[in-house]
Each structure stands twice: as C-alpha cells, then as structure tokens.
Design a protein around this ligand. Sequence first.
Ligand SMILES: CC(=O)SCCNC(=O)CCNC(=O)[C@H](O)C(C)(C)COP(=O)(O)OP(=O)(O)OC[C@H]1O[C@@H](n2cnc3c(N)ncnc32)[C@H](O)[C@@H]1OP(=O)(O)O
Length: 399
Amino acid sequence: MTTEDTINIRTATDDDWDAVALLDAHAFGEHQNSEDLAETQILTSSEHVVMAWDGSTPVGVAMHFPMSVTVPGGEQVDASGVSWVSVAPTHRRRGILRRMFTEQHRKLDAAGAPLSLLTASEATIYRRFGYGPATEEHAIVLDRRFAQFHKSVPPVTGVRLIESTEASTLLPEIYHRWQCKTAGAQPKPPIRWQRFFADRENRRHGLTELFFIAHADGYVAYRRSPTESKVVVQEFIAVTDQAYAEMWQVLAGIDLVDTIEVSQAPDEALPFLLTNNRLPKITGLHDALWCRIMDVKAALEARTYGVDAQFVLEVEDPFLDAGGTFDVTISAGAATVTRTEAAPDAKVGLDVLSSMYFGTHRATRFAAASRLWTRDPEALHTVDIAFATDRASVMGWAF
Ligand SMILES: CC(=O)SCCNC(=O)CCNC(=O)[C@H](O)C(C)(C)COP(=O)(O)OP(=O)(O)OC[C@H]1O[C@@H](n2cnc3c(N)ncnc32)[C@H](O)[C@@H]1OP(=O)(O)O
C-alpha cells in the first residue's frame, strides 16, 4: 500500500473544528482564540470544509466562504472564497493538497459560482489549479513632514475625527458604496465588521487601538506605533476623488509622527496630489486577490468591456477542464460568449485569463511573457483593449 492510499478525503463535520484549528495553528504559526474560530464558523459551515485524514489523524484542510465580488462594470458575481488551506508538515508533498483541491473544486463547480477567489501564501502554488493574481497593491511609506499638496488640490472641508462607536454606524454604509463601484471588492460580512470594531489585542500586532477619520464619502482607520514615529493605515476607503484628497491631507497633518504607511492600488493619485511626486516611497509590490474563473461563459458575460470586438479565445484548463474554444462577441460593452469550432485568435491558460479578467493585468504583458498567444498583433490589440479597465481592481477584505 502507498502512503497516499491511507489518506481519506472527506467533508468536515461540526465535530472537526478542533482538528481544523490545530492544523491551521501549525501551518500559519498563530493559535486561533475562541472568538476568531467562532467568527470563521459564522463565515462558513462544516459542509464547506474539506479535510484529509490519515487514519484518525487530521492531516489537511481547505475551506471556502461563500461571497460575491464586484466585476468590471459593477455587477456582483457569486464567488467562493477559498481559505484556511493547509497540509500538516508530517504529510507535505504527497499530493494531499491536490486531492483536497480536486474534491473541493468539484463541489464548488457543482454549486455554480462563476468565480473562485483566494489570497495566496506563496505565488508558486495556485497557477496549476487555474488561479492567477487579479489585484495588486503597493506598500507605500510617506514622510509626512515634507508633504506639500499641489495648489489645485481641494482643501479639507469635510473630514472629522470620530470615535469607534460612531465609526461602527458610519463605516459599513460608506464601504458598501465603495465596494459596489470597485472591481475586485467583496461585500464585507457583518461578522467581519464585528471583528474590526472589537479591535482585539491579538489583531493589533503591537500597534495601538484603531483611530478613525471620516468624510461623507470615505474613511481611514489607522493605528500608531508605540515605539516608532509612524501611522499605519489599516483601511483607506474613498468613494470619491475629493474624499481621497481630503483624507490624505488630514493624514499628512498628523504632527508628531514622521511617516504614514499604507497599502494601496498602484494607480492611486497620491504622488500627484503632492508637489513632490517622489515623496511616497514604494517599498513593496504584492498581489492580493487571486481568481480562478470556474465558468468561462458566465464570468465573461458578467463583466463589461471597453470596446466592441469579436474574437475567438481558446482557453486551457488542465485542472478541471473548464476551458474550450469560445467566440466572444462584444457589443455596447456586453459580451456574448458561445462555444465554437472556429480557429482561435488567441490562446491562453485559465490562470492567465483569470488574471486578465479584473483588468489589472494586461494581455500585452502576458503576450510579452509568452503566456498568451495571438494570431497577430491586431488580435493582441483587440484582446488587450477589450479586457483593460479604467481603474485598477482592489480587493475589499482579506480572507
Ligand atoms: C488560500 C490559502 O489558504 S493560502 C495558504 C496555503 N497554506 C500554506 O501556505 C500553509 C503551509 N503550507 C502547506 O500547508 C502545504 O505546503 C501546502 C498546502 C501549500 C501544499 O500541500 P501539499 O500537500 O504539500 O501539496 P501537494 O503535494 O498536493 O502539491 C500539489 C502541487 O503543488 C505543488 N506545491 C505544493 N506546495 C508548493 C509550494 N509551497 N511551492 C511550490 N509548489 C508547491 C506541488 O509541487 C504539486 O505540484 P504538481 O501536482 O503540479 O506536481
């Protein structure tokens, strides 16, 4: 008997949560307290948890949170947020993740959500399963002591300092307006708001309690460091450019600290609000949301496009066979997608198509990297401008 033969993959029961917590603690180096675990159980249910057992020993887990996400154009599309994926270090690289993912994605496929999402601990794991990075963020450090705003930037008229209690009544509605217009953003479930405002010590990572500033169209939640002269932004949500510009001026006005640390989409306006566009230092670039298109037709028809176009797209999906050859006809921004026998204008792996889907990553870039084939440069241009979006997509909340 091979080692693999002793492994049993099955759906979890309500009695398995201690085993799930044990696996998670060893995988991510953090013991879940009872509040954290209870919150996760509200976001999902045992039937959405796949586990691997070696006899009576738990050796692997993968779960998903049912959610939705805004796609380019504003439609809310059902999605499965895959999370808490781990295999015990006693059993790694024996194919257990692959077996759990096969079972989990068979169930996700049957449930019918057109998109599956995750955030990846390592960039090398998930492409083979059809996932590609869909949003990215710059880590930025702004030395606020030298920040001068351009004279055309509107002055601060509508930002207030608020307490946590008021924040808990204002922020969810502002977030909702932002989420509806932001591709890549998911609705934030009530239990996540509860966790956010509970602001438990184990979530502060050595920083202070949360501080809040609010505008009618935006808010910032931040912490201060007790040991370093810095503000660390936890959430910066701006529904309008005006709110964005005003809140940055208020952050830059926090005297007695040197720097502001923030993570934001690469196309945000901050450098050009300032007279010195070099002042915000980009200290990192990381992917945030990863996407796997589960249903090519449903997903492509759910988003809008920048141009009218017609092309034949061959999609390869070695993991689940969700690919095929599709005619994509775009009229007035909407796509009609049908299976076809016609010769393709473009060939692409599902992971790459999933990366292009939210608009942040362009077809031209993947073509340059030999990850996208097109019949000729004209076909590349057509596919490129069809999938491009005006603004970078942004993940709403990490899961
Ligand atoms: C969505 C999330 O939850 S992200 C968090 C993921 N979890 C972690 O990072 C926790 C720590 N790591 C682990 O628990 C494990 O190493 C896992 C879950 C990443 C991998 O589990 P394993 O059972 O060892 O993976 P398995 O043997 O099934 O490998 C499946 C495939 O992925 C590849 N793979 C697995 N882990 C990695 C890795 N860290 N880097 C690169 N490739 C990897 C394998 O080579 C294999 O490739 P193949 O099937 O194409 O030949």
